[in-house]
Design a protein around this ligand. Structure first.
Ligand SMILES: [Zn+2]
Length: 353
């Protein structure tokens, strides 16, 4: 466990006030703007707020003829949950990108927003004739804004706000997916009623962040992936998931900076990766990027020096998936890499998907 930020700032200022700072041993991780994980301070102020994200989506909607913006429901605290849609043809295959079921996992949202802008460029115009794309950025907006009914005092990040895994009711939204719809938390209910049930979705990438210390072959990973592992998933749905994973894996390993492990995940249908596959026959892929945007455990949160490549990793992933579905190459993707992909191990304790 780490030192609490507030305690730290009080002790530092009192040290400075009596002018004995050089004589006192300050922990290395306490220098600068607060605790860090050796990768710079953990700053939330560089991230989109919910409000700035909504502004961004509305701006893109007004600029992009092929994009439609839909409100699929409201969070516990009443924030509208947005779905960006590119639906060129109902006969096309459809992929859904979902981010921030966990509010403290935000770089995937930053990447998804960049990708939405990218979809509006001429480069992607032909591609969008052959694939339908759905994007839900920031499902858990209350958690992302730290607007919750429990204390976040021991969270580490600096900036205007804290971000937390849970929704306002302190519920883990990625453990709700096996419930009857009317018993789900508001955010998950909106996803099931107004997206999973309403659209004919073939593929989904569920985007998350894991801790900072996962490794394979002695090297820290940039992320990890996993297909649905529940025994009720149909073989052809599982095969589609493995192919989606192959597209993502091959693209990232080819970049030189991507290093991907296999996530060690549970088989419960309460997890989105499994639940969406079992209930709606969606070929799902879990993608866990390295490092969370805020946490109370220091080894989980990643400083901002790594933001650039993690946002890029998201954009690269979404772009690869959309292109492979549009040109049909996903159908012949070689899934054999899964047989040899090492399951990541942890240098320190890690949090679940
Ligand atoms: Zn997560």
């Amino acid at each position: 466990m780490s030192i609490k930020k507030k305690v730290l700032s009080i002790s530092l200022s009192s040290i400075l006030a009596i002018g004995t700072v050089t004589a006192v041993s300050i922990p290395a991780n306490a220098v600068g703007n607060g605790p860090n994980t050796g990768n710079g301070s953990i700053q939330t102020s560089i991230l989109h707020t919910y409000e700035s994200m909504v502004d961004y989506l509305k701006t893109q909607d007004s600029k992009q003829a092929t994009m439609e913006l839909e409100v699929i429901g409201q969070t516990v605290k009443g924030r509208d949950i947005y779905l960006a849609k590119y639906l060129s043809n109902p006969d096309n295959p459809t992929i859904l990108f979902l981010t921030q079921q966990h509010g403290n996992e935000q770089l995937t949202t930053e990447g998804a927003l960049e990708f939405i802008k990218h979809l509006g460029t001429n480069k992607l115009k032909d591609v969008l004739d052959h694939v339908n794309v759905l994007v839900i950025p920031m499902l858990n907006a209350d958690g992302a804004m730290g607007d919750v009914n429990f204390s976040l005092d021991n969270y580490l990040a600096d900036g205007d706000r804290h971000l937390t895994r849970y929704n306002a009711n302190e519920v883990d939204l990625n453990r709700e997916h096996d419930k009857p719809v009317n018993e789900m938390e508001a955010e998950v209910r909106a996803l099931h009623e107004n997206v999973f049930s309403k659209y004919d979705i073939d593929y989904m990438i569920d985007l998350h962040h894991q801790g900072t210390r996962s490794q394979t072959d002695g090297e820290l990973v940039s992320g990890s992936i996993l297909y649905p592992t529940n025994s009720e998933v149909k073989p052809e749905v599982l095969e589609g998931s493995k192919k989606l994973g192959a597209v993502v894996y091959n693209t990232l390993e080819d970049t030189g900076w991507g290093h991907i492990g296999k996530y060690n995940g549970g088989d419960g249908a309460n997890i989105g990766r499994n639940g969406a596959a079992v209930r709606y026959d969606i070929s799902t892929l879990l993608f866990e990027m390295r490092g969370m945007s805020d946490h109370y455990i220091e080894s989980y949160a990643l400083g901002q020096k790594s933001n650039g490549y993690l946002i890029k990793q998201t954009i690269t992933t979404l772009n690869a998936a959309v292109n492979a579905i549009a040109d049909g190459s996903i159908k012949t993707a070689d899934t054999s890499f899964w047989d040899t992909l090492p399951t990541q191990t942890n240098r320190a304790e890690e949090e679940d998907e």
